[in-house]
Design a binder for this molecule. Structure first.
Ligand code: PMP
Ligand code: GLN
Length: 389
């Protein structure tokens, strides 16, 4: 393994999903739904197979999908993007993020991000020769809501080598949503230091009562320096389709397109018209998706509390984070996750993996549970939690 990938080993999602299969446990680790996407989206993909859609689509994505992405951005964040020059289709958000780093970072360039952080970010930055500068998010003191950062930590993370501010809202794994005030602080910093901004919004539609998703690209001064990344996986319950996209100023999108051409060249043909149909669904689809998931959140959060686990009820996403110390005296979240199949027939993800080594102590006792599961599975998971040995 090349030096730049030392320490990245196997992702925790692969390890924990394999553990779930090997032990027959309910998998609340890797975040994916166990219920299908909307039939009108699935039908388009089914009908596209066996047609010309099976052959190489255009590199930047089919025009119909790029137009649907631009319309979706206009509808939900009020921003206009030219589908021909300012939109790029990618193999999920994961390829989008990797292509962004490869396209924009010089070796040694620094990327400021909020930690805990989704695991592919640090690897993508490292593969491009960049360096991560983490700013910790702190959990709320009480049981609900919002994790936040200290603006002084943010300012201290910026150096003359900082090239890029990498944001994720709604945020995996904490389920927090950046507020208008936080975005203003982040926006001012980006403008003052002439930073590019990359914002991963794959959970943009999975937001619950009391919180509202605001795209960082809407902050004054940011549209022209921001690449918005999102994906169909979470919005249409099709995480295996791996269709994602980038919207941003033409020059930045052109740079990312150059990198993307030599990563995957093009992406899954039959899924592109299907995602286009999904992005054009009426508003009611998106609000029902969030309302439904909010009910699942409430079931799992109640179950975790009944099991004696302090939990932050998240504002958004698929995930709730618990402090395992009451049931794991050594406070080791990884050890807790490895013993959870035997203790309760469940699998979760240790949040420690979402921290850089220098901040590992902040996440050692935290564990992430996914609640994107059908009623029966979720009810059984709660029964097992409450009876945990
Ligand atoms: N970003 C975040 C924050 C995620 O949680 C995930 C997992 N879905 C991804 C990116 C990857 O998205 P995709 O499957 O579209 O590559
Ligand atoms: N984004 C999902 C999660 O955080 C899936 C991650 C993955 O499989 N790489 O669980």
């Amino acid at each position: 393994l090349a030096a730049r990938l030392q320490g990245f080993g196997t992702t925790v999602f692969a390890e924990m999903s394999a553990l779930a299969v090997a032990t027959g446990s309910i998998n609340l680790g890797q975040g994916f739904p166990d219920y299908p996407g909307p039939p009108e989206v699935l039908d388009v993909a089914r009908n596209a197979i066996g047609t010309a859609a099976d052959q190489y689509p255009p590199g930047p994505g089919i025009p119909e999908l790029r137009s649907a992405i631009a319309e979706h951005q206009q509808r939900f964040s009020g921003l206009a993007y030219d589908p021909d020059t300012e939109v790029l289709v990618t193999a999920g958000a994961t390829e989008a993020l990797a292509a962004v780093m490869l396209a924009l970072l010089e070796p040694g360039d620094e990327v400021v991000l909020l930690e805990p952080v989704y695991d592919s970010y640090s690897a993508s930055v490292a593969m491009a020769g960049g360096v991560v500068r983490p700013v910790p998010l702190h959990p709320p003191a009480g049981g609900d809501g919002h994790w936040t950062f200290d603006p002084a930590d943010l300012r201290a993370a910026v150096t003359p080598r900082t090239r890029l501010l990498l944001l994720n809202t709604p945020h995996n794994p904490t389920g927090t949503v950046l507020t208008a005030d936080e975005l203003a602080v982040l926006g001012k910093l980006a403008v003052a230091h002439d930073l590019l901004v990359v914002t991963d919004e794959v959970y943009e539609h999975l937001v619950f009562d009391g919180a509202r998703h605001v795209s960082p690209a809407t902050v004054p001064g940011l549209r022209e320096r921001t690449l918005v990344v999102s994906s169909a996986g979470k919005t249409f319950n099709v995480t295996g389709w791996k269709v994602g996209w980038i919207c941003g100023p033409a020059a930045l999108v052109a740079a990312v397109r150059t990198a993307k051409q030599f990563l995957t060249y093009v992406n899954a043909g039959p899924f592109q018209p299907a995602v286009a149909a999904g992005l054009r669904l009426p508003d009611g689809y998106f609000t029902a998706l969030a309302r439904d998931l909010q009910g699942r959140r409430d079931v799992l959060v109640r179950g975790l509390r009944d099991a004696g686990l302090p939990v932050v009820s998240p504002e958004a996403t698929y995930f709730a984070t618990v402090d395992v110390r009451p049931v794991q005296p050594d406070g080791d979240g990884l050890a807790f996750c490895r013993s959870l199949p035997a203790r309760a027939g469940l699998v979760a993800v240790p949040s420690g993996v979402f921290y850089t080594p220098e901040h590992a102590h902040l996440g050692r006792h935290l564990v992430r549970f996914a609640f994107s599961k059908g009623d029966g599975v979720l009810a059984e998971a709660v029964r097992r939690l409450v009876g945990m040995g």
